[in-house]
Design a protein. Structure first.
Length: 417
């Protein structure tokens, strides 16, 4: 079996994902995808039609984000008309899964040189949501109107799920706010010290002018006192009636967990930021590395996926980490740095507590609370982030995992070479 080597990793800045407010909101999603694909090709002197395939993650494939962003981005990037592309959806895990799928293709010997990654314009999702509201299309949770599925596996609003998990686990708001402050502080240090400069590429307009060259979401200097002023974001949403039977988002959870008294702890300051962005990795087989003289930075050691309760939805990262470690024949002590996506603060806090991790090894440059979470791109962003930091610290292995809607959790272990 061949190896799956990581040759390069890039990402765009993360622009605020509110329609009309963020630096990237006027870009087409294919433009963002093309930006990172073109950067990968330019930085590694790749000629036209040298990439076998593009494996891309985009979660909300509606409106401008429909129509196979992977293929269209490859065309826009000038990779060559012979470079095919596919776009897949594992919700928040889409970008990480695209890398896992690419690694499998390379290890099996089916492909030799691939681009994997993802993109998401949260501003486009918000525009679609407003359009649906104008046409009085009800929001019914992640069952998307499938009452048969909702009867079997109730799936609520993710923010309400986060509050439910915190309530079940006995994790209070102060602990969650502490995670948020640490994310902001660490991101601030990383930005000031230029830790992201190796991977971040500016988004340019057709005229060559810079549209955005820096992350817009971080709020350096945020304090616990600042966060204490923020009202919980999901209390009213939890009581929202979503069907003719009077079911609420809270009620969907209580159908499965009737004894849970959901307290509301999450707010805009300890939940992931709404942003636009894209990220891509160049991956190669051992044969191609030798043939083309490419210099690998790391290899994909192992990948894994798990599912857990779709009603609570956010609890798979711990099981995913355990599974990928077991498959790789490694232990917790073999991992130098951990990246678990900060979809909500409770995800990270539960992960650290359940695995009894050293907090100084987890999300060391901040996470999605400070930086933002461009859904389909985030997994690829995190792989690039941990790779850069492993190199900076001269460490060996990193484990990347995240929760995904529907109660899923992908995980990847990478190792420097």
């Amino acid at each position: 079996m061949s190896e799956a080597y990581i040759i390069d990793a890039v990402r765009t800045p993360r622009g605020a994902g509110k329609p009309g407010k963020g630096g990237l909101v006027n870009c087409h999603p294919q433009h963002l995808a093309a930006t990172v694909m073109r950067a990968i090709a330019d930085r590694n002197d790749l000629g036209e039609n040298t990439i076998d395939d593009v494996i891309w993650g985009t979660s909300s494939q509606k409106g401008k984000q429909g129509g196979d962003v992977g293929r269209m981005g490859a065309l826009d990037a000038g990779l060559g008309i012979e470079v095919s592309g596919v776009t897949m959806d594992r919700f928040c895990g889409s970008g990480l899964t695209s890398i896992a799928l690419a690694a499998g293709q390379l290890k099996a010997g089916f492909d030799d040189l691939l681009i994997a990654g993802g993109s998401e314009m949260m501003s486009e999702i918000e525009s679609q949501r407003r359009l649906e509201q104008e046409h009085k299309m009800p929001s019914v949770g992640l069952g998307t109107g499938n009452l048969r599925l909702q009867a079997k596996f109730p799936q609520s609003h993710q923010g309400v799920c986060a509050d439910a998990v915190a309530s079940i686990e006995g994790i209070d708001r102060l602990a969650l706010d502490a995670i948020a402050i640490e994310s902001q502080n660490r991101a601030d240090v990383a930005i000031r010290e230029g830790r992201f400069k190796q991977s971040i590429v500016p988004v340019l307009g057709d005229d060559g002018e810079v549209i955005l060259a820096h992350d817009e979401h971080p709020r350096p200097g945020t304090t616990l006192e600042d966060l204490a002023q923020l009202a919980p974001s999901f209390a009213q949403i939890s009581e929202m009636v979503i069907d003719r039977q009077g079911t609420t988002f809270k009620g969907l959870i209580n159908k499965v967990y009737p004894d849970v008294d959901i307290q509301h702890f999450h707010h805009a300051g300890n939940s992931s930021g709404v942003v636009d962005g894209a990220a891509a990795l160049l991956l190669a087989s051992k044969h191609t590395v030798q043939k083309q003289g490419l210099k690998p930075r790391a290899r994909i050691v192992m990948t894994a996926n798990v599912g857990s309760c779709p009603t609570l939805m956010l609890n798979s990262p711990v099981a995913a980490a355990k599974k990928v470690l077991q498959k790789a024949g490694l232990t917790l002590a073999d991992i130098d740095l951990w990246e678990v996506n900060e979809a909500f603060a409770v995800v990270v806090e539960k992960f650290i507590r359940d695995l009894d991790l050293n907090r100084d090894q987890v999300n060391v440059n901040g996470g999605a609370i400070a930086m933002g979470h461009p859904i389909g791109a985030t997994g690829a962003v995190l792989v690039g982030t941990v790779l850069d930091e492993l190199e900076r610290r001269d460490l060996k292995r990193g484990l990347i995992t995240m929760c995904a809607a529907g109660g899923m959790g992908p995980a990847i272990i990478i190792e420097r070479v």
